[in-house]
Design a protein around this ligand. Structure first.
Ligand SMILES: [Zn+2]
Length: 573
């Protein structure tokens, strides 16, 4: 009987092909293929039919599927993987910033900054309507507020409104011309109570010095003109191209109802029209899971209104709207310290701010879960994480929906919560590019949180060893979108000031899984993408080096040679 099996199998394949009139369009062979299917060894070849994976196996098995019209590509031993998936990126915002003046957190002497601003003013890069705006300004400039005032409130700048927006997205500096437009003056400072007064930096006489934090920054940002739908579309196209060059073929856009810099209401369409327009011209070559932001204090009724937005974007190829994003807190870095902590910050004795009421949020998660929507929570502080898990626990008690809710950022997690991620089926969507001993962690967090909280910063290994599913994410454009840089960080946790919580390092296999199948789960798309399995879409990347063998440093410099979306090449270098 034995010899019969291969024959039967071969004829079965032949019949199946003839019946469906299908053809093997593409075979990539002589490769090292990581399928991301759990437990599966590296394979040699893959066959693609009609944009989908037909089969993965040895060269002999796959080359046997060759037909006259099949395109054959010999990869010469190179590594091939599923297209990477970014489980949290502000893609259109990143695309807009690709064209806007940005310091990318690089500190430069003020003379140089002024020269740069002059150039950006003259070539239009810094112009936003009648304003000049520079993003990605390192927070180290806020130690030199007096010098900024000296320089940018006088002479050629005196009447030009200027905003230097912090690279942390929470702080900024506005010159006097801009403060005047925004109505930020001594009287306004005087009217603020207690902590609120610290959101507008000021001199002893109450006169604002230009430094602004969070709520203090909003009225200034609100003056900058928003991008038009046409500009959003260009930004999306450029950003998609950038993502393809990094080997990313799917992403979650967590604030899809935000036009970057604008307010979000239940009926805001944000960047969704850009996605719709790109899809309409057949150019959306990525899977996009777009989430609508629900207010932190939203009620189940708000979901009805958000659903009306969702309904306007149904049936668009490659675009799904699987749920909502909610902010649980802010950020941990000094001076903002708005992340909600179980133990108070040592300098202020305050615990940060939990943005939702725990019971109300539990009802919201439950209502979303009942609709079949996923909930993706921004949580930085350990209290925010804890309360977010509690809310999911409440929903899980009502039903088992099978929906993978997720928590993103996870800067601090109390050890008692590590095992709850698996137990509650909550995905940890982590930006491990941040796991470095640098100015942010060492100077702006460590002095103010408990030794234990610091010891577990970005606790990838602890979560993993407690069974959690880690999904890879960037939060671009806050930091790089390049997954290989984040993978390097996740492995080494090295930074300019040493190694951050070294016990929390994870291995490369974990990260490859995080950026493929695990991230697909976070997007609710794991049936379609995330691994190379027959029937799934053929989103593939070919790499320039053996990512299983090279050093972590070399791994961080990995270049993507080719990116395929649905079996079609969308990037090549
Ligand atoms: Zn984000």
């Amino acid at each position: 009987m034995k010899p019969l099996f291969p024959l039967l199998l071969a004829s079965a394949i032949a019949c199946a092909s003839m019946e469906t009139m299908a053809a093997t369009d593409l075979i990539l062979h002589n490769a090292k293929i990581y399928t991301a299917e759990p437990g599966q060894a590296l394979q040699q070849a893959i066959a693609v039919e009609n944009g989908k994976v037909l089969a993965v196996g040895s060269d002999a098995q796959i080359l046997a599927l060759k037909q006259p019209a099949t395109r054959l590509i010999d990869l010469g031993g190179k590594v091939l993987m599923p297209g990477f998936i970014d489980s949290h990126t502000h893609l259109v915002k990143g695309g807009l910033q690709m064209h806007q003046a940005n310091l990318n957190n690089q500190d430069m002497p003020l003379d140089e900054l002024e020269r740069q601003l002059r150039q950006w003013r003259d070539d239009g890069t810094a112009r936003r309507g009648e304003f000049l705006s520079v993003g990605g300004v390192p927070t180290s400039y806020w130690d030199r507020i007096g010098e900024l005032e000296q320089r940018f409130n006088h002479g050629e700048w005196a009447t030009t409104p200027i905003l230097l927006a912090g690279g942390d997205y929470h702080t900024g500096w506005a010159n006097r011309a801009l403060l005047a437009r925004a109505g930020v003056d001594a009287a306004k400072v005087k009217a603020l109570q207690g902590e609120e007064r610290a959101t507008i930096g000021h001199h002893d006489n109450g006169e604002p010095n230009g430094f602004l934090v969070d709520a203090g920054l909003y009225p200034v940002q609100a003056l900058l003109p928003l991008a038009s739908d046409a500009e959003l579309l260009v930004a999306l196209e450029d950003a998609q191209q950038h993502y393809h060059s990094l080997g990313i073929t799917a992403w979650m856009e967590p604030l899809a109802n935000e036009n970057p810099g604008g307010d979000i209401h239940n009926d805001s369409l944000g960047v969704l029209p850009a996605y719709k327009a790109l899809a309409a011209k057949g150019g959306l070559n990525a899977h996009v899971a777009a989430l609508l932001m629900a207010d932190s204090k939203a009620t189940p009724t708000d979901l009805d209104q958000l659903d009306q937005v969702r309904q306007q974007f149904q049936g668009i190829a490659n675009l799904s709207l699987p749920g909502i994003k909610v902010f649980a807190d802010g950020v941990a870095e000094h001076p903002a310290q708005s992340a909600a902590m179980l133990e108070p910050y040592s300098n202020s004795g305050k615990n940060g701010e939990l943005l939702f009421d725990p019971q109300g949020f539990a009802r919201l998660v439950d209502a979303a879960d009942a609709r079949g929507w996923l909930v993706h929570v921004h949580a930085i502080g350990d209290r925010a994480v804890h309360e977010s898990l509690n809310a999911v626990a409440y929903a899980r008690k009502q039903r088992h929906s099978g929906i993978h809710h997720s928590i993103t950022h996870l800067q601090m997690v109390t050890p008692g919560d590590f095992a709850r991620f698996q137990a509650l089926d909550v995905i940890a969507a982590m930006q491990l590019d941040w796991a470095a001993a640098d100015e942010m962690s060492v100077d702006l967090v460590k002095p103010y949180v408990t030794a234990q909280a610091y010891q577990y910063m970005y606790p990838a290994h602890s979560l993993l060893s407690n069974g959690a599913t880690i999904a890879g994410a960037s939060d671009w454009p806050i930091t790089t979108a390049d997954p290989w840089k984040a993978i390097y960080q996740a492995l080494t946790r090295k930074g300019p000031q040493g190694v951050l919580a070294p016990a929390e390092a994870v291995d490369r296999q974990t990260m490859f899984q995080a950026y493929t199948l695990n991230a697909a789960r976070a997007l609710q798309l794991d049936r379609q993408i995330g691994s190379l399995k027959p029937g799934k879409q053929a989103d593939l990347i070919v790499l320039d080096r053996d990512v299983f063998q090279v050093s972590p440093e070399a791994l961080g410099d990995t270049q993507v040679l080719k990116t395929y979306f649905a079996g079609r090449e969308v990037f090549s270098r």
